[in-house]
Every structure is written in structure tokens, then in C-alpha cells.
Design a protein around this ligand. Structure first.
Ligand code: GAR
Length: 194
């Protein structure tokens, strides 16, 4: 059984979908949920599902290196096989990423390689794209640029705002991330295309 740790920064709707998917014959189980924000709404949702949680407030650390050293401790304690970033909004240094080389996944709300970084939906609308979506990829030292493990597409509709498009994409994120994690945990890196 693969051991999965999940990092979040906010409401954690993707995290909840991942937790709920790891059941029955799934090759992985969640062992820990952590956040850089003690107020992240997702922490209570994980605790309510019986998962151990922790928060390391990035604002309480003087440097990115100090924050990451603190973040590393509870993660190393549970010896995760896989780390899922699920709405985790801190950029991780190459040093941190290297520790979990080939074992860390992220979900990003765009059809990468388009729109790495922030404001993905507004940028897709601004560019006149007719399709948008989400990508799950392996985390490497370069932001939002690791090997793609899955993508889900949605149409951009006339009159869409960043919010309406984000809501449509999020529905697909909830299908995509559990599907990719299941496949990845079974040792299969063939991209999931939804
Ligand atoms: C999701 O849309 C995820 O793709 C995005 O944050 C949201 C988190 O929602 N992630 C990023 O933008 C990463 N750069 P959730 O907390 O409800 O899962």
C-alpha cells in the first residue's frame, strides 16, 4: 500500500476527492494532510475523515528555506511514497522538490504548457481560447513544467468570467486528480485524458 501525504492551502476540495478515492482496492492510502496556512478550511475536512493534519505557517518563517525545513519534518516522519499538492500555493525550492523526485504530483488549473503560474482562467479568456482545463503533472524544479500525467478539458463559453470558468474546470479537476493518483500509485505513468 502506497502512503500519500497531501499539501493544501485552502478549502481543499481536490484533497477531499483524493481522500475519498483511496478506498477498497485502491493501491494507496492517505497518511497526512498539511498546510502552509493554519486557517485552511481543508484541514478540518481531513481531520473529520480521521486523517492526521498539520500546519506550518509560512508567514512565521524568516525565509523560504526555514519554512521548507519546518514543512519537511512532519512529512519525513510519515515516510510518504507520494506527495500530492492540491491547491498548495507556495512555490517549492529545487532542494525541496529533489527530496521527493518522481514522487510529487500537482494539479494546475490550465492546459499546461499553457498558463503556468497564477490567473490561469483570466488568461485563457483573455487569449480567446475555446478550451480550458486542468493538468496533473509531476513536480520538478521548474514551476508547473514537469511531465504531464493527466489532462481534462472543458469548453470556454461565451460570457464566461474567470469565476464561471474556474467552477467548470474544478468539476473536472475532481474527476482527474483521483484518476491520475490511482494510476500513478499503481506504477503507471500513462497520462489520463478526460
Ligand atoms: C484548484 O483549482 C487547483 O487547481 C488550484 O487551486 C485550486 C484549489 O482548490 N491550484 C493552483 O492554482 C496551483 N498553482 P481546492 O483547495 O478546492 O482543491
Amino acid at each position: 500500500m502506497k502512503r500519500v501525504a497531501i499539501l493544501i492551502s485552502g478549502g481543499g476540495s481536490n484533497m477531499v476527492r483524493l481522500l475519498d478515492s483511496m478506498d477498497g482496492d485502491h493501491p494507496a492510502r492517505a497518511v497526512l494532510v498539511g498546510s502552509n496556512d493554519p486557517a485552511a478550511g481543508g484541514l478540518a475536512k481531513a481531520a473529520g475523515r480521521g486523517i492526521a493534519t498539520f500546519a506550518i505557517d509560512h508567514r512565521a518563517h524568516a525565509s523560504r528555506a526555514a519554512f521548507e525545513a519546518a514543512l519537511l519534518e512532519p512529512l519525513l516522519e510519515v515516510q510518504p511514497d507520494i506527495i500530492c499538492l492540491a491547491g498548495f500555493m507556495r512555490i517549492l525550492t529545487p532542494d525541496f522538490v529533489r527530496r521527493f523526485d518522481g514522487r510529487m504530483l500537482n494539479i494546475h488549473p490550465s492546459l499546461l504548457p499553457k498558463y503556468p503560474g497564477l490567473h490561469t482562467h483570466a488568461r485563457a479568456i483573455e487569449a480567446g481560447d475555446t478550451q480550458a482545463g486542468a493538468t496533473v503533472h509531476e513536480v520538478t524544479a521548474d514551476l508547473d513544467a514537469g511531465p504531464i500525467l493527466g489532462q481534462a478539458r472543458v469548453p470556454v463559453l461565451v460570457g464566461d468570467t474567470a469565476d464561471t470558468l474556474a467552477a467548470r474546470v474544478l468539476v473536472q479537476e475532481h474527476r482527474l486528480y483521483p484518476a491520475v493518483l490511482r494510476r500513478f500509485a499503481a506504477g503507471d505513468r500513462t497520462p489520463v485524458i478526460l
